[in-house]
Design a protein around this ligand. Structure first.
Ligand code: GLN
Length: 469
Protein backbone atom coordinates (compact mmCIF):
# COMPACT_ATOMS: atom_id res chain seq x y z
CA UNK A 1 0.00 0.00 0.00
CA UNK A 2 1.56 3.32 -0.95
CA UNK A 3 -1.22 5.69 0.15
CA UNK A 4 -2.08 5.51 3.85
CA UNK A 5 -5.50 7.03 4.61
CA UNK A 6 -4.41 9.59 7.20
CA UNK A 7 -1.38 11.82 7.58
CA UNK A 8 -0.38 10.24 10.90
CA UNK A 9 -0.47 6.80 9.28
CA UNK A 10 1.56 8.21 6.39
CA UNK A 11 4.18 9.48 8.84
CA UNK A 12 4.43 6.02 10.41
CA UNK A 13 4.69 4.39 6.97
CA UNK A 14 7.46 6.84 6.00
CA UNK A 15 9.33 6.22 9.24
CA UNK A 16 9.30 2.47 8.68
CA UNK A 17 10.39 2.87 5.05
CA UNK A 18 7.16 1.38 3.64
CA UNK A 19 6.56 4.29 1.31
CA UNK A 20 8.07 7.56 0.10
CA UNK A 21 6.53 10.97 -0.40
CA UNK A 22 7.03 10.59 -4.16
CA UNK A 23 5.15 7.27 -4.08
CA UNK A 24 2.28 8.76 -2.13
CA UNK A 25 2.11 11.80 -4.40
CA UNK A 26 2.02 9.59 -7.48
CA UNK A 27 -0.68 7.45 -5.90
CA UNK A 28 -2.74 10.53 -4.99
CA UNK A 29 -2.45 11.97 -8.50
CA UNK A 30 -3.37 8.60 -10.04
CA UNK A 31 -6.38 8.27 -7.74
CA UNK A 32 -7.50 11.83 -8.54
CA UNK A 33 -7.39 10.96 -12.25
CA UNK A 34 -9.15 7.65 -11.70
CA UNK A 35 -11.99 9.50 -9.95
CA UNK A 36 -12.29 12.22 -12.61
CA UNK A 37 -16.02 11.38 -12.74
CA UNK A 38 -16.41 13.09 -9.35
CA UNK A 39 -15.16 16.42 -10.82
CA UNK A 40 -13.17 17.25 -7.67
CA UNK A 41 -10.13 18.86 -9.26
CA UNK A 42 -10.37 21.53 -11.99
CA UNK A 43 -6.57 21.21 -12.06
CA UNK A 44 -3.88 18.93 -10.63
CA UNK A 45 -0.54 20.57 -9.87
CA UNK A 46 1.36 17.52 -11.01
CA UNK A 47 4.71 19.10 -11.76
CA UNK A 48 5.09 21.22 -8.62
CA UNK A 49 3.68 18.39 -6.47
CA UNK A 50 6.20 15.83 -7.70
CA UNK A 51 9.07 18.32 -7.44
CA UNK A 52 8.11 19.12 -3.85
CA UNK A 53 7.70 15.39 -3.06
CA UNK A 54 11.27 14.56 -4.10
CA UNK A 55 12.56 17.54 -2.16
CA UNK A 56 10.73 16.26 0.94
CA UNK A 57 12.07 12.72 0.49
CA UNK A 58 15.58 14.19 0.39
CA UNK A 59 14.91 16.22 3.52
CA UNK A 60 13.56 13.13 5.31
CA UNK A 61 16.77 11.28 4.43
CA UNK A 62 18.80 14.18 5.85
CA UNK A 63 16.61 14.48 8.94
CA UNK A 64 15.58 18.07 8.15
CA UNK A 65 11.96 17.57 7.10
CA UNK A 66 9.18 19.85 8.43
CA UNK A 67 6.11 19.09 10.54
CA UNK A 68 3.89 18.22 7.56
CA UNK A 69 6.36 16.02 5.67
CA UNK A 70 4.26 13.24 4.14
CA UNK A 71 0.98 15.19 4.12
CA UNK A 72 -0.83 15.17 0.78
CA UNK A 73 -3.00 18.28 0.65
CA UNK A 74 -5.56 19.83 -1.70
CA UNK A 75 -6.38 23.54 -1.70
CA UNK A 76 -9.78 25.06 -2.44
CA UNK A 77 -9.93 27.02 -5.68
CA UNK A 78 -10.06 30.31 -3.75
CA UNK A 79 -6.61 30.03 -2.13
CA UNK A 80 -3.75 31.68 -4.01
CA UNK A 81 -0.62 29.67 -4.80
CA UNK A 82 2.17 31.57 -6.56
CA UNK A 83 2.55 30.58 -10.21
CA UNK A 84 -0.65 28.53 -10.18
CA UNK A 85 -4.11 29.23 -11.45
CA UNK A 86 -6.92 30.14 -9.07
CA UNK A 87 -10.44 31.00 -10.19
CA UNK A 88 -12.80 30.60 -7.22
CA UNK A 89 -14.66 28.38 -9.70
CA UNK A 90 -15.86 31.46 -11.59
CA UNK A 91 -15.63 32.48 -15.22
CA UNK A 92 -14.65 35.91 -13.87
CA UNK A 93 -11.16 34.63 -12.96
CA UNK A 94 -10.70 32.15 -15.80
CA UNK A 95 -7.01 31.83 -16.68
CA UNK A 96 -5.80 33.99 -13.75
CA UNK A 97 -2.40 32.93 -12.39
CA UNK A 98 -1.67 34.11 -8.87
CA UNK A 99 1.57 36.06 -8.46
CA UNK A 100 1.72 35.28 -4.73
CA UNK A 101 0.78 32.59 -2.22
CA UNK A 102 -1.78 32.73 0.58
CA UNK A 103 -0.12 32.69 4.00
CA UNK A 104 -1.64 29.26 4.72
CA UNK A 105 -0.23 27.91 1.46
CA UNK A 106 3.19 29.34 2.25
CA UNK A 107 3.09 27.83 5.72
CA UNK A 108 2.06 24.31 4.69
CA UNK A 109 4.72 24.26 1.98
CA UNK A 110 7.34 25.55 4.40
CA UNK A 111 6.29 22.66 6.69
CA UNK A 112 6.88 20.28 3.74
CA UNK A 113 3.35 19.33 2.73
CA UNK A 114 2.72 18.44 -0.92
CA UNK A 115 -0.15 20.32 -2.61
CA UNK A 116 -1.58 18.17 -5.39
CA UNK A 117 -4.22 20.44 -6.88
CA UNK A 118 -7.02 22.94 -6.50
CA UNK A 119 -10.51 21.77 -5.59
CA UNK A 120 -13.83 22.66 -7.16
CA UNK A 121 -16.17 24.85 -5.09
CA UNK A 122 -19.29 26.93 -5.41
CA UNK A 123 -18.60 30.10 -7.39
CA UNK A 124 -16.97 32.66 -5.05
CA UNK A 125 -17.75 30.17 -2.23
CA UNK A 126 -21.45 31.04 -2.43
CA UNK A 127 -23.56 27.94 -2.06
CA UNK A 128 -24.23 24.79 -0.09
CA UNK A 129 -24.06 22.12 -2.79
CA UNK A 130 -21.11 22.92 -5.09
CA UNK A 131 -23.64 23.30 -7.91
CA UNK A 132 -22.90 26.97 -8.69
CA UNK A 133 -19.36 26.22 -9.90
CA UNK A 134 -18.40 27.13 -13.46
CA UNK A 135 -16.78 23.67 -13.59
CA UNK A 136 -20.08 21.94 -12.82
CA UNK A 137 -21.12 19.98 -9.74
CA UNK A 138 -18.95 17.61 -7.68
CA UNK A 139 -20.16 14.08 -6.93
CA UNK A 140 -20.27 12.91 -3.33
CA UNK A 141 -17.75 10.01 -3.20
CA UNK A 142 -20.21 8.02 -1.08
CA UNK A 143 -22.97 8.41 -3.69
CA UNK A 144 -22.02 10.35 -6.83
CA UNK A 145 -25.68 11.17 -7.62
CA UNK A 146 -25.71 13.30 -4.47
CA UNK A 147 -23.97 16.58 -3.70
CA UNK A 148 -20.91 16.69 -1.42
CA UNK A 149 -22.21 19.89 0.20
CA UNK A 150 -20.74 23.31 -0.36
CA UNK A 151 -19.16 25.55 -0.90
CA UNK A 152 -16.06 23.41 -0.20
CA UNK A 153 -17.53 20.35 -1.94
CA UNK A 154 -14.36 19.40 -3.81
CA UNK A 155 -12.28 19.81 -0.64
CA UNK A 156 -14.47 17.43 1.38
CA UNK A 157 -14.69 14.98 -1.52
CA UNK A 158 -10.88 14.99 -1.99
CA UNK A 159 -10.49 13.68 1.56
CA UNK A 160 -13.55 11.38 1.59
CA UNK A 161 -12.46 9.74 -1.68
CA UNK A 162 -9.10 8.89 -0.09
CA UNK A 163 -7.14 11.07 -2.52
CA UNK A 164 -5.72 13.53 0.03
CA UNK A 165 -4.99 13.37 3.74
CA UNK A 166 -5.98 16.97 4.32
CA UNK A 167 -7.87 19.68 2.42
CA UNK A 168 -7.54 23.40 3.03
CA UNK A 169 -10.75 25.33 2.48
CA UNK A 170 -12.72 28.36 3.68
CA UNK A 171 -15.84 28.70 5.80
CA UNK A 172 -17.97 31.86 5.69
CA UNK A 173 -21.24 30.40 6.92
CA UNK A 174 -20.60 26.66 7.08
CA UNK A 175 -18.66 25.84 3.94
CA UNK A 176 -16.18 23.57 5.69
CA UNK A 177 -18.55 21.97 8.20
CA UNK A 178 -21.58 21.17 6.05
CA UNK A 179 -19.51 19.38 3.34
CA UNK A 180 -17.63 17.56 6.13
CA UNK A 181 -20.98 16.35 7.47
CA UNK A 182 -22.19 15.27 4.00
CA UNK A 183 -18.95 13.42 3.18
CA UNK A 184 -18.22 11.80 6.55
CA UNK A 185 -15.01 13.68 7.41
CA UNK A 186 -13.93 16.17 10.10
CA UNK A 187 -14.18 19.87 9.18
CA UNK A 188 -12.84 22.68 11.36
CA UNK A 189 -13.48 26.42 11.26
CA UNK A 190 -10.99 28.08 13.62
CA UNK A 191 -11.70 31.22 15.68
CA UNK A 192 -12.02 34.30 13.48
CA UNK A 193 -8.55 35.88 13.40
CA UNK A 194 -6.60 32.76 14.38
CA UNK A 195 -5.65 31.90 10.80
CA UNK A 196 -4.52 34.58 8.35
CA UNK A 197 -6.88 35.26 5.44
CA UNK A 198 -4.13 36.78 3.31
CA UNK A 199 -4.39 35.19 -0.13
CA UNK A 200 -7.95 33.92 0.31
CA UNK A 201 -10.16 35.42 -2.39
CA UNK A 202 -12.61 37.31 -0.21
CA UNK A 203 -16.32 36.59 -0.06
CA UNK A 204 -17.42 38.26 3.23
CA UNK A 205 -14.32 39.42 5.08
CA UNK A 206 -15.76 39.60 8.59
CA UNK A 207 -17.04 36.00 8.29
CA UNK A 208 -14.43 34.24 6.12
CA UNK A 209 -12.07 31.87 7.85
CA UNK A 210 -9.66 29.31 6.44
CA UNK A 211 -9.59 25.85 7.97
CA UNK A 212 -8.80 22.18 7.30
CA UNK A 213 -10.78 19.00 6.55
CA UNK A 214 -9.32 15.56 7.30
CA UNK A 215 -10.28 12.04 8.35
CA UNK A 216 -9.67 12.70 12.04
CA UNK A 217 -9.05 15.45 14.58
CA UNK A 218 -5.44 14.41 15.00
CA UNK A 219 -4.63 15.39 11.41
CA UNK A 220 -6.72 18.55 11.80
CA UNK A 221 -4.60 19.45 14.81
CA UNK A 222 -1.32 18.87 12.94
CA UNK A 223 -2.23 21.25 10.14
CA UNK A 224 -3.95 23.79 12.41
CA UNK A 225 -0.70 24.23 14.36
CA UNK A 226 1.12 25.03 11.13
CA UNK A 227 -1.38 27.51 9.68
CA UNK A 228 -2.48 29.34 12.87
CA UNK A 229 -0.85 32.48 14.21
CA UNK A 230 -0.38 36.16 13.47
CA UNK A 231 0.43 37.51 10.03
CA UNK A 232 1.38 41.10 9.31
CA UNK A 233 -0.35 40.83 5.92
CA UNK A 234 -3.78 40.33 7.52
CA UNK A 235 -4.54 42.98 10.11
CA UNK A 236 -7.50 40.99 11.44
CA UNK A 237 -5.18 38.13 12.37
CA UNK A 238 -4.81 37.84 16.13
CA UNK A 239 -1.68 38.19 18.21
CA UNK A 240 -3.23 36.44 21.17
CA UNK A 241 -0.69 33.99 22.59
CA UNK A 242 -1.24 30.25 22.18
CA UNK A 243 -1.80 28.02 25.23
CA UNK A 244 1.49 26.73 26.55
CA UNK A 245 0.25 23.49 28.10
CA UNK A 246 -1.77 20.64 26.65
CA UNK A 247 -5.51 21.18 27.10
CA UNK A 248 -7.29 19.29 29.89
CA UNK A 249 -10.06 17.02 28.71
CA UNK A 250 -11.60 15.71 31.91
CA UNK A 251 -15.33 15.98 32.46
CA UNK A 252 -16.90 18.63 30.29
CA UNK A 253 -19.83 20.90 30.65
CA UNK A 254 -21.80 20.69 27.42
CA UNK A 255 -24.72 22.86 26.37
CA UNK A 256 -27.17 21.81 23.71
CA UNK A 257 -29.96 23.67 22.01
CA UNK A 258 -33.28 22.01 22.46
CA UNK A 259 -34.78 24.14 19.68
CA UNK A 260 -32.34 22.75 17.10
CA UNK A 261 -33.59 19.25 17.77
CA UNK A 262 -37.22 20.36 17.61
CA UNK A 263 -36.67 22.19 14.32
CA UNK A 264 -39.37 21.11 11.80
CA UNK A 265 -36.81 20.38 9.05
CA UNK A 266 -34.79 18.12 11.34
CA UNK A 267 -34.31 14.54 10.12
CA UNK A 268 -35.67 12.21 12.85
CA UNK A 269 -32.69 9.84 12.68
CA UNK A 270 -30.21 12.70 13.10
CA UNK A 271 -32.26 13.99 16.03
CA UNK A 272 -32.27 10.53 17.66
CA UNK A 273 -28.50 10.27 17.11
CA UNK A 274 -27.84 13.60 18.85
CA UNK A 275 -30.15 12.63 21.72
CA UNK A 276 -28.26 9.34 21.97
CA UNK A 277 -25.00 11.30 22.30
CA UNK A 278 -26.50 13.50 25.00
CA UNK A 279 -27.41 10.40 27.04
CA UNK A 280 -24.07 8.78 26.44
CA UNK A 281 -22.14 11.89 27.46
CA UNK A 282 -24.22 12.14 30.65
CA UNK A 283 -23.57 8.50 31.48
CA UNK A 284 -19.84 9.13 31.03
CA UNK A 285 -20.04 11.81 33.73
CA UNK A 286 -20.14 14.99 31.63
CA UNK A 287 -22.63 17.68 32.55
CA UNK A 288 -25.04 18.09 29.65
CA UNK A 289 -27.67 20.82 29.95
CA UNK A 290 -30.14 22.42 27.56
CA UNK A 291 -29.34 26.03 26.66
CA UNK A 292 -31.87 28.63 25.54
CA UNK A 293 -31.25 29.67 21.95
CA UNK A 294 -32.57 33.17 21.56
CA UNK A 295 -33.07 34.82 18.16
CA UNK A 296 -32.35 31.61 16.27
CA UNK A 297 -34.82 32.65 13.57
CA UNK A 298 -32.61 35.64 12.84
CA UNK A 299 -29.34 33.75 12.28
CA UNK A 300 -29.82 32.96 8.60
CA UNK A 301 -31.41 36.32 7.60
CA UNK A 302 -28.72 38.28 9.46
CA UNK A 303 -25.99 36.23 7.82
CA UNK A 304 -27.44 36.74 4.34
CA UNK A 305 -27.90 40.51 4.81
CA UNK A 306 -24.40 41.11 6.12
CA UNK A 307 -22.49 38.57 4.00
CA UNK A 308 -24.08 39.79 0.75
CA UNK A 309 -23.31 43.41 1.72
CA UNK A 310 -19.66 42.49 2.23
CA UNK A 311 -19.64 40.43 -0.96
CA UNK A 312 -21.03 43.30 -3.05
CA UNK A 313 -18.19 45.46 -1.81
CA UNK A 314 -15.46 42.79 -2.12
CA UNK A 315 -16.52 41.79 -5.62
CA UNK A 316 -16.75 45.38 -6.94
CA UNK A 317 -13.12 45.13 -8.04
CA UNK A 318 -14.01 42.48 -10.64
CA UNK A 319 -15.15 44.90 -13.30
CA UNK A 320 -13.18 43.79 -16.35
CA UNK A 321 -10.86 46.80 -16.02
CA UNK A 322 -9.12 46.46 -12.69
CA UNK A 323 -9.60 42.72 -12.33
CA UNK A 324 -11.33 39.82 -13.98
CA UNK A 325 -12.95 38.81 -17.24
CA UNK A 326 -13.22 41.63 -19.79
CA UNK A 327 -15.97 41.52 -22.39
CA UNK A 328 -15.05 41.91 -26.04
CA UNK A 329 -16.11 44.85 -28.22
CA UNK A 330 -17.94 46.89 -25.57
CA UNK A 331 -18.30 50.61 -26.17
CA UNK A 332 -17.33 52.82 -23.26
CA UNK A 333 -16.74 52.21 -19.59
CA UNK A 334 -20.30 51.55 -18.52
CA UNK A 335 -20.94 48.93 -21.15
CA UNK A 336 -17.59 47.30 -20.36
CA UNK A 337 -18.50 47.05 -16.66
CA UNK A 338 -22.00 45.82 -17.32
CA UNK A 339 -21.16 43.20 -19.90
CA UNK A 340 -17.98 41.99 -18.18
CA UNK A 341 -19.85 41.44 -14.91
CA UNK A 342 -22.88 39.89 -16.61
CA UNK A 343 -20.69 37.44 -18.49
CA UNK A 344 -18.20 36.79 -15.69
CA UNK A 345 -20.53 36.11 -12.76
CA UNK A 346 -23.04 33.26 -12.57
CA UNK A 347 -26.64 33.75 -11.40
CA UNK A 348 -26.09 33.03 -7.68
CA UNK A 349 -23.20 35.50 -7.43
CA UNK A 350 -25.23 38.12 -9.31
CA UNK A 351 -28.18 37.56 -6.95
CA UNK A 352 -25.94 38.13 -3.94
CA UNK A 353 -24.29 41.23 -5.40
CA UNK A 354 -27.73 42.69 -6.12
CA UNK A 355 -29.00 41.85 -2.64
CA UNK A 356 -25.85 43.22 -0.99
CA UNK A 357 -25.93 46.41 -3.05
CA UNK A 358 -29.58 46.87 -2.12
CA UNK A 359 -29.03 46.50 1.64
CA UNK A 360 -26.18 49.02 1.46
CA UNK A 361 -28.04 51.54 -0.70
CA UNK A 362 -28.81 54.97 0.76
CA UNK A 363 -32.54 54.43 1.29
CA UNK A 364 -32.25 50.98 2.86
CA UNK A 365 -28.94 51.02 4.74
CA UNK A 366 -30.45 51.76 8.13
CA UNK A 367 -33.30 49.31 7.74
CA UNK A 368 -31.13 46.38 6.64
CA UNK A 369 -27.37 46.73 6.97
CA UNK A 370 -27.22 48.82 10.15
CA UNK A 371 -29.99 46.77 11.72
CA UNK A 372 -28.21 43.56 10.68
CA UNK A 373 -25.03 44.78 12.40
CA UNK A 374 -26.96 45.44 15.61
CA UNK A 375 -28.56 42.01 15.50
CA UNK A 376 -25.18 40.43 14.84
CA UNK A 377 -23.80 42.06 17.98
CA UNK A 378 -26.67 40.63 20.04
CA UNK A 379 -26.21 37.16 18.51
CA UNK A 380 -22.52 37.31 19.32
CA UNK A 381 -23.18 38.46 22.90
CA UNK A 382 -25.78 35.72 23.41
CA UNK A 383 -23.46 33.08 21.99
CA UNK A 384 -20.57 34.16 24.22
CA UNK A 385 -22.88 34.24 27.22
CA UNK A 386 -24.07 30.69 26.50
CA UNK A 387 -20.43 29.62 26.10
CA UNK A 388 -19.47 31.30 29.38
CA UNK A 389 -21.57 28.67 31.15
CA UNK A 390 -20.19 25.61 29.37
CA UNK A 391 -17.09 24.29 27.60
CA UNK A 392 -18.84 23.49 24.33
CA UNK A 393 -22.16 23.92 22.59
CA UNK A 394 -23.39 20.88 20.73
CA UNK A 395 -25.74 20.88 17.72
CA UNK A 396 -26.30 18.72 14.67
CA UNK A 397 -24.13 20.14 11.83
CA UNK A 398 -27.02 20.00 9.36
CA UNK A 399 -30.68 19.03 9.51
CA UNK A 400 -30.25 16.32 6.82
CA UNK A 401 -27.82 14.08 4.97
CA UNK A 402 -26.48 14.84 1.46
CA UNK A 403 -29.30 15.59 -0.97
CA UNK A 404 -29.48 14.63 -4.64
CA UNK A 405 -27.89 16.86 -7.29
CA UNK A 406 -30.56 19.23 -8.63
CA UNK A 407 -32.89 18.54 -5.72
CA UNK A 408 -32.87 22.03 -4.19
CA UNK A 409 -33.52 24.74 -6.76
CA UNK A 410 -35.06 27.44 -4.60
CA UNK A 411 -32.35 29.80 -3.21
CA UNK A 412 -34.08 30.28 0.15
CA UNK A 413 -34.29 26.52 0.76
CA UNK A 414 -30.60 26.33 -0.09
CA UNK A 415 -29.82 29.18 2.35
CA UNK A 416 -31.62 27.25 5.10
CA UNK A 417 -28.94 24.56 4.82
CA UNK A 418 -26.83 26.94 6.93
CA UNK A 419 -29.26 27.05 9.81
CA UNK A 420 -26.93 25.50 12.42
CA UNK A 421 -23.58 26.60 11.03
CA UNK A 422 -23.85 30.40 10.55
CA UNK A 423 -23.98 31.13 14.28
CA UNK A 424 -20.26 30.35 14.66
CA UNK A 425 -19.38 32.78 11.85
CA UNK A 426 -21.72 35.50 13.14
CA UNK A 427 -20.08 35.17 16.56
CA UNK A 428 -16.51 34.45 15.36
CA UNK A 429 -16.18 31.34 17.55
CA UNK A 430 -14.38 28.10 16.59
CA UNK A 431 -16.59 25.22 15.41
CA UNK A 432 -15.99 21.69 14.22
CA UNK A 433 -18.10 19.04 12.51
CA UNK A 434 -17.38 15.47 13.60
CA UNK A 435 -18.51 12.46 11.55
CA UNK A 436 -20.30 10.58 14.31
CA UNK A 437 -23.35 9.22 12.50
CA UNK A 438 -24.47 7.00 9.64
CA UNK A 439 -28.04 7.32 8.56
CA UNK A 440 -30.36 4.44 7.62
CA UNK A 441 -29.95 5.68 4.03
CA UNK A 442 -26.26 4.76 4.28
CA UNK A 443 -24.99 8.36 4.27
CA UNK A 444 -22.88 10.00 6.96
CA UNK A 445 -23.73 13.06 9.04
CA UNK A 446 -22.01 15.12 11.70
CA UNK A 447 -22.32 16.63 15.13
CA UNK A 448 -21.11 20.21 15.51
CA UNK A 449 -19.25 21.55 18.54
CA UNK A 450 -18.63 25.26 19.17
CA UNK A 451 -16.24 26.63 21.79
CA UNK A 452 -15.14 29.98 23.22
CA UNK A 453 -12.99 32.20 21.00
CA UNK A 454 -9.35 30.99 20.98
CA UNK A 455 -10.22 27.68 22.61
CA UNK A 456 -9.35 25.98 19.32
CA UNK A 457 -6.78 23.61 20.82
CA UNK A 458 -9.22 22.53 23.50
CA UNK A 459 -11.99 22.01 20.98
CA UNK A 460 -9.70 19.71 18.97
CA UNK A 461 -8.73 17.84 22.12
CA UNK A 462 -12.41 17.33 23.07
CA UNK A 463 -13.15 16.11 19.56
CA UNK A 464 -10.43 13.53 19.89
CA UNK A 465 -10.76 12.41 23.49
CA UNK A 466 -14.48 12.74 24.16
CA UNK A 467 -15.91 12.07 20.72
CA UNK A 468 -13.17 9.66 19.53
CA UNK A 469 -13.00 11.27 16.10
N1 GLN B 1 -23.66 28.15 2.31
C1 GLN B 1 -23.29 29.44 2.77
C2 GLN B 1 -23.47 30.45 1.67
O1 GLN B 1 -23.89 30.08 0.65
C3 GLN B 1 -21.90 29.43 3.31
C4 GLN B 1 -20.88 29.59 2.27
C5 GLN B 1 -19.49 29.61 2.85
O2 GLN B 1 -19.28 29.30 4.02
N2 GLN B 1 -18.55 30.01 2.02
O3 GLN B 1 -23.19 31.60 1.83
Amino acid sequence: MNMPRTFHEAKAALASGKTTVVDMTRAALAEARARADLNIFPELFEESALAKASEVDAKIAEGTAGALAGAIISIKDNLCYAGHRVSTSSRMLEGYVSPYSATVVERVIAADAVIIGRTNCDEFAMGSSNETSVFGPVGNPLDPARVPGGSSGGAAASVAAGICHIALASDTGGSIRQPASFCGVVGFKPTYGRVSRHGLIAFASSFDQIGPLAHDSRDIDSVYRVIAGPDERDNTSSHKPFPTSAPETGKLSIGYYHQCLEHPGMDPEIKAHVEGWIERLRSEGHIVEPVELSMADLFVPTYYILSTAEASSNLARFDGIRYGHRTKDAKGVEETYRRSRTEGFGPEVQRRILLGTFVLSAGFYDAYYAQGMRVRRIIRDNTLQALSRCDVLLTPTCPSTAFAKGQISDPVSMYLQDIFTVQANLAGVPAISLPTGTHGNGLPFGIQLMAKPFHDERLLAYAREVFST
